[in-house]
Design a protein around this ligand. Structure first.
Ligand code: ADP
Ligand code: MG
Length: 704
């Protein structure tokens, strides 16, 4: 059946396409309120589930499907099975059970077999059926006095035939609903819309791509995603729609990348100097660092500007790569801006950059909001005049009215802490500057192609040697005394410890042991003979700075902290990290936290104290089992899904209606390849045959 739907259409004459396009624009965007059976009041209900136009309805995918295609004779019904059957209404009855429950019964018969359809406490069901009607019912078969199905799905058959039913005798779509919309009604409306509008819709995917990738056409896909004739067709329909969605998304990426490839800065690079550069450090670069430096150098030498994402687990040594890029920029007379997510981290970078660059006469400055006003003005002035070569800072780098004299390179560190918007704002400072984005959250490839699909990627996949591994344990709350005893032992050996508490939130401050409260207690009680300090987000910048410096200088044994220490902090003498309420953290965050220890030669220990045994087990055991950031990220992605993984909206994850970046990764790769090819052939999408793609991009991404 439905052979005609499968038939492949020829590419239409351009004029015809244009004609259809004009008409179609109105069709696709047509408000559903004008559809037969909808009207203004119901249109509002549809609005609640995000459906406003015909096109929205096309793409309102069933949540799942139910196979009601096999309808058996009443005689073939089997107790305990979920089945469908057809019979003639022999009688209907309403009566009260001894318990007082009102029961409606409709007895259906076929031949000399009978089955009852039964409803409890729905007296109105009595008036639904007429004697002699043919009715199909579907549900779990039970045996009471005789065979019955309670609260069956039912359908009164037109002309006694099942053929045209949307609810029975087929694979039936089950949609997500809202109050006052029901499945049967929604199915009917969708059917109406498909019948009326689908034939006029134009396929966005070029025929040659469809042929190459063996994709069904749009009409077939939409028809079968709603009312599949078989599971095989359903699969084809799904693949096609997912492909289309990713295809458009990747076309956007391809175009963005294409645009960036213009007007960059061609930095002069003499790679012979790399050994000299390496000599500035007390260690040798790892092969992975050299490889990434090589990637960066090649990018910077090109006319096109660099857009590179550098992924590397915590402690993998990303900073060195950034420094090399800054060096190249500075040597050519260009400025570098390094943006860090926190002031603590900005300061730390400032210290390490200064150490390397100042002796070479390359001027490094720090610009954070905590700086005194006059000093800040001075720094800004020196940036504008080009007297500062490298400026390190936080958001203030783009928030403050900073003019850059000759910006040649932007480095964004710990990108996962920023939103896409901030990246864009920073880039707004110069359209020509090279961009190096660094992240310690290893992003599985499926996601990076979606969110950073317009960037090139380098991976630092090995850590500098000489690091003792971190042993990780999950312990129960009541083991806390043992944990404290262990900390004391480590302190005796001259080591230091972090105890991390969840971020201060006003609401559940009693629930989560606030760092402040515990600091007071531990100081008086469990650790009264030890030196304790506290750091959290509410301290002033200079206070934070002092605490960190003193802790680094071993003036304290234990630092009580919130997650402000999550990024960047690098103090090799700390060998213990206790994370309280570990169950409250995401996997990636725990991994980040753990990355703060194990930075020296000593064996280190990460102790996760969990209050909650069941729920968090899967996550916490993933952390215990592996130290490989990519594995943890993949696990995290599997558990939480892409939206949560990236931290919601501002992450830049485009909203997907059909596809799933994890599950449908293989389809995405195909779509990406085709989209990049297409944009290579037709960068501006000027070809009329690609007009529909262009329109779609405009509609979905507001970009041209
Ligand atoms: P991250 O990738 O987490 O930003 P960093 O760049 O801060 O890592 O490096 C972490 C630590 O490792 C720093 O103390 C740095 O000096 C050191 N380091 C970096 N590269 C090497 C190397 N090749 N050999 C030894 N230590 C290194
Ligand atoms: Mg770093």
């Amino acid at each position: 059946m439905n052979q005609s739907r499968l038939g492949c259409k020829q590419d239409l004459d351009i004029n015809i396409i244009m004609g259809i396009m004009q008409e179609k624009k109105t069709i696709k965007g047509a408000s559903i309120r004008y559809i037969k059976g909808v009207g203004p009041r119901r249109a509002d209900l549809f609005g609640k589930i995000g459906i406003e136009t015909v096109s929205d309805l096309f793409h309102y995918l069933p949540r799942r499907y139910e196979d009601r295609s096999r309808i058996v004779d009443i005689g073939e019904l089997m107790v305990g099975q979920v089945q469908g059957t057809i019979g003639k209404v022999l009688k209907t009855d309403i009566f009260r059970a001894r318990t007082g429950t009102c029961i409606v019964e409709a007895v259906l018969g076929s031949g000399n077999r009978k089955v009852s359809a039964v409803w409890y406490n729905q007296p109105f069901m009595k008036n639904i059926f007429e004697i002699g009607q043919m009715v199909a019912i579907y549900g779990k078969v039970e045996l009471q006095r005789h065979l019955q199905i309670s609260h069956p799905t039912f359908e009164i058959l037109d002309n006694n035939k099942l053929e045209n039913s949307l609810n029975m005798g087929r694979i039936v779509p089950i949609y997500s609903l809202t109050e006052n919309l029901n499945q049967k009604y929604l199915r009917k409306i969708i059917k109406n819309v498909l019948d009326e509008y689908l034939s006029a819709s134009v396929d966005l995917l070029p025929t040659r791509i469809r042929a190459r990738r063996r994709l069904v056409d749009f009409k077939f896909a939409v028809q079968n995603i709603h009312f599949p004739c078989s599971y095989d067709n359903l699969e084809k329909a799904y693949k096609r729609l997912v492909f289309e969605e990713f295809f458009v998304l990747q076309a956007v990426m391809a175009r963005r990348r294409g645009k960036k490839k213009k007007n960059g800065i061609r930095h002069e690079i003499d790679s012979k100097h790399l050994p000299d550069f390496e000599k500035l450090f007390p260690f040798e670069f790892t092969p992975a660092q050299k490889k990434c430096i090589d990637d960066v150098e090649r990018d910077m030498a090109k006319d096109a500007s660099m857009h590179r994402l550098l992924q590397g687990d915590v402690g993998s040594g990303k900073t060195v790569v950034a420094m090399r890029a800054a060096m190249i920029s500075a040597v050519g007379g260009y400025q570098t801006a390094v943006m860090a997510p926190t002031e603590v981290l900005a300061r730390q970078h400032y210290v390490s950059f200064s150490k390397i660059f100042m002796p070479l006469g390359i001027n490094v400055r720090l610009l954070i909001s905590g700086i005194e006003k006059k000093a800040k003005e001075n720094i800004k002035k020196s940036i504008a005049e080009g007297a500062t070569d490298i400026v390190i800072g936080t958001h203030s780098l783009f928030q403050e009215a900073v003019e850059y004299g000759k910006l040649g390179l932007i480095v964004i560190d710990e990108q996962h802490k920023f939103g896409v918007r901030q990246r864009k704002m920073m880039q707004g400072k110069s359209s020509r500057a090279d961009l190096l984005v660094m992240t310690a959250t290893p992003i599985p490839r499926s996601l990076s192609l979606t969110v950073f699909g317009d960037m090139d990627v380098s991976v630092l996949n090995e850590k500098p040697a000489e690091r003792a591994p971190v042993a990780t344990y999950v312990v129960d709350e009541n083991k806390r005394e043992d944990v404290y005893a262990f900390i004391r032992e480590e302190i005796k050996k001259g080591r230091q410890a972090f105890i991390v508490y969840p971020r201060i939130r006003t609401k559940d401050i009693t629930e989560a042991r606030a760092a402040v409260e515990m600091f007071e207690r531990l100081k008086k009680d469990e650790f009264k003979d030890k030196r304790l300090a506290i750091i959290h987000g509410r301290l002033r910048t200079d206070e934070k700075k002092k605490v960190m410096e003193d802790f680094r200088g071993k003036k304290y044994d234990i630092l009580i902290a919130t997650t402000v220490i999550e990024v960047g902090v690098d103090i090799p003498n700390v060998t213990v990290m206790v994370v309280e309420h570990a169950e409250q953290y995401g996997l990636a965050q725990l991994h980040q936290l753990r990355g703060r220890i194990g930075r020296g030669k000593h064996a280190s220990y990460c102790i996760l104290v969990s209050q909650d045994e069941d729920l968090s087990n899967e996550r916490l055991s993933a952390i215990v089992e592996t130290d490989d950031g990519f594995q943890i990220a993949q696990k995290d992605l599997d558990i939480r899904g892409p939206g949560e993984f990236l931290g919601t909206r501002q992450s830049g994850l485009p909203e997907l209606k059909v596809g799933n970046v994890v599950k449908d990764f293989a389809i995405m790769e195909e779509a990406r390849e085709e989209a990049f090819n297409l944009i290579k052939e037709d960068p501006e999408l000027k070809d009329l045959r690609n007009l529909e793609i262009k329109n779609n991009i405009r509609e979905r991404f507001n970009s041209r």
